[in-house]
Write a protein that binds this ligand. Sequence first.
Ligand code: ACM
Length: 639
Amino acid sequence: MKKLSLAFCCCFVSFLSFSQTTKSTLAIIPEPVKTITKPGQFILPKNITIQASLSKEMTPVTDYLRKKLSGATGAFVTVKSKFATPATIKLLLNTKADTVLDKEGYLLWVGAKGIVIRANEPAGLFYGVQTLMQLFPKEIESAEVHHIKWTAPCVDITDYPRFAWRGLMFDVSRHFFTKEEVKQYIDQMVRYKFNLLHMHLTDDEGWRIEIKSLPRLTTVGAYNVKKVGEFGNFSAPTPDEPRTYGGFYTQDDIRELVQYGKDHFLNILPEVDVPGHSLAAVVAYPELSATPGADKYQVRSGEHMMDFGAGGIKALVDNTLNPASEKTYEFLDKVMTEVAQLFPFGYIHLGGDECAKSFWEQSAEVKALMQKENLKTMEEVQSYFEKRLEKIVESKGKKFMGWDEIIEGGLGPKAAVMSWRGIQGGITASKLGHEVVMSPTTFAYLDYMQSDRVMEPHVYATLRLNKSYEFEPVPDSADSKLILGGQANLWTEQVFNFRQVEYMTWPRGFAIAESVWSPKAKKDWNTFYPKVEKHFARFNEAEVKYAPSVYDPDFKPKMTADNKLTVEFTNEIPDLDIYYSFDNSYPDRFYPKYTSAIEVPKDATQLRVITYRGKEPVGRMITMPVAELKRRLGKGGQQ
Ligand code: ACM
């Protein structure tokens, strides 16, 4: 009897440990549609054979897999035609399309003896490969060879995306990022099954794409004065400061990036932001402005330029194109001719956001246009501009897209809308029968701070990972058929280098990836954040930077009825302990542990805080000045 129960216990324990290991080893982001874990594991041999069709369309998949597998494992990888046996990994294209999988879905079987990925299209196989990589140990992401046992758990996965539009926007205008950095960004994106890179190519701080018929856009418009500190509050540039900071992509660079995207199953959406945000273009060609004296303007270097007050947007210099001048439309026709030829993607984004109208209000030309065209408001003036632009874009064989401001004076007949000021613009546009991409500030703005402002480069708003994870691209009241998908936007005013690009994108990019790929019912914060931590470990191997801000607690200062300043903390991740000090020393886990609101001692000047999981410090050391806590009291405890 004793023996029997011991045997039963052993069985039970081993069953438990098996289910725990499988549970803990799988950390796939974005979460697949259906995953069945099976007993056993696959061990990668030293000589790997990939069996695949040797057709041209398969080369990007086989090249990618070969490089990925041989890099960190040091294995010898050969790609052989579909008759090669035995094969370690088979990449099979369906001869009869599986309608469930559509264009980007895949089936992945990992068995003890081999791996098979099946899909209708090479894109599906590519995403199957991405999932497979996440089943191997984290060292697979390393640039060095690791002599470890390369195992993957046995699984059956069925997976396909929820949306066809899964994007990130990268602002390469506020700060310029090189072609190689853009490629690195693409590399990181596709690992999480993003398929669209939206490049914000023009703005007040720089025009970043060569237009051969308008050379001054890049000889003049691509450069400003290098400044560091807090963008937006920089001192005005002086004549002795060199205007050599910035850069642009030649048309060959653009073709190379488009091809690189294609080889990674990713489209590039170009954005030319007009009629606002156009100072670089106006500086290059001042005749595009409705304001006399525009020939004295300079490309912005981060000095104060716009007021976003309650009374609307006011620009301190006229950074808009003249909607009343034919020169503007001739200019845009030239730009669109070249942009349309360079980017094969079906849409061109023409901005339309935050167009300050204060200078238009002063312009006799604009007033005459209003009279002639019977336009009653400045929004209708912008709408007139957008509708003409839509025709130009369509004449080049492309679809027109703009930020949600283009709804205000009346949408053009086929304009697609990118909803950023919340989701309402997207709801309205979809109800009017227009295509929509959701990218609301509330969930998808990667330029926002990720935790407390004492820890982050200062931006006017905060977007924590758990809030990003709530991103739902299809609001109940929208016409879901017209929601193409969603994307997150990385504006780079406060992003001065590529390491910071990575920091701002990850891990919120994981949250967005799951929102646009995974079934809604599969999203769950409690299963998501442990996966995020596993992917941090992968990023450590890949030496990609990410924000550890998810470990920073939120501080809530309060004044009690008897006039005592207290602080409460909340954590995004539940299983962490917070230790703190008021004596200016650096706390560790032998310091007081936070359990409930703490009182700030009368003479304390700073509160220091660190988070631990068990014995491991996981969070950053945070120093919060008591004066800052007091300042927040006046703002209802807000940052
Ligand atoms: C935007 O964030 N101005 C589109």
